[in-house]
Design a binder for this molecule. Structure first.
Ligand SMILES: [Zn+2]
Length: 171
């Protein structure tokens, strides 16, 4: 297991659409282990494989509070199958856009179909934080970032800020 580097905005790979996982073998299980290790080290509550540069439709998550036991969850090939008309606003952040937080409006309830680590088809009806994080991570595997859901003015500002920082680092 290893903590991997997390891709940071404006890394172009974050805009790439990830490929479905066909079978779950040694490679996929190792990927999931690295994702958990990277996510816990960050620390973060959700991570998509593309954030460590692997374009596979794999998401890890742990929504347990700090003083609660860990609740690792894995979603392979997650797919939004329905969403509520009701919306919810939640302050979101992203390990690929560090230290930037903004309110995002999304459907408050969603149904997601996915495969578990045993390769079994599963379905979850989510609301609250789980619904938000699932939508945020499913966006990632489609090359979408949470800043795509905020105003163009705010988005342009944050993209510019991160582009400048990346340039400074490259110099
Ligand atoms: Zn994110």
């Amino acid at each position: 297991m290893a903590v991997r580097d997390i891709l940071i905005l404006p890394d172009k790979r974050l805009r790439q659409k990830s490929e479905p996982v066909a079978t779950i073998g040694k490679t996929e299980r190792a990927l999931v282990e690295d994702m958990f290790e990277t996510m816990y080290a960050a620390p973060g509550i959700g991570l998509a494989a593309i954030q460590i540069g692997v374009p596979a439709r794999v998401v890890t998550m742990d929504l347990a509070k700090k003083d609660e036991p860990k609740e690792p969850q894995v979603f392979i090939n997650p797919e939004l199958i329905s969403k509520s008309g009701d919306k919810n606003t939640h302050e979101e952040g992203c390990l690929s856009i560090p230290e930037y937080y903004e309110e995002v409006e999304r459907p408050s309830e969603v149904k997601v179909r996915f495969m578990d680590l045993q390769g079994k088809a599963q379905e979850v009806a989510a609301e609250g934080l789980l619904a938000t994080v699932l939508q945020h991570e499913i966006d990632h595997i489609n090359g979408v970032l949470f800043i795509d859901h905020i105003s163009k003015l705010k988005r342009d500002r944050v993209i510019k800020k991160f582009a400048k920082a990346a340039k400074r680092e490259a110099e």
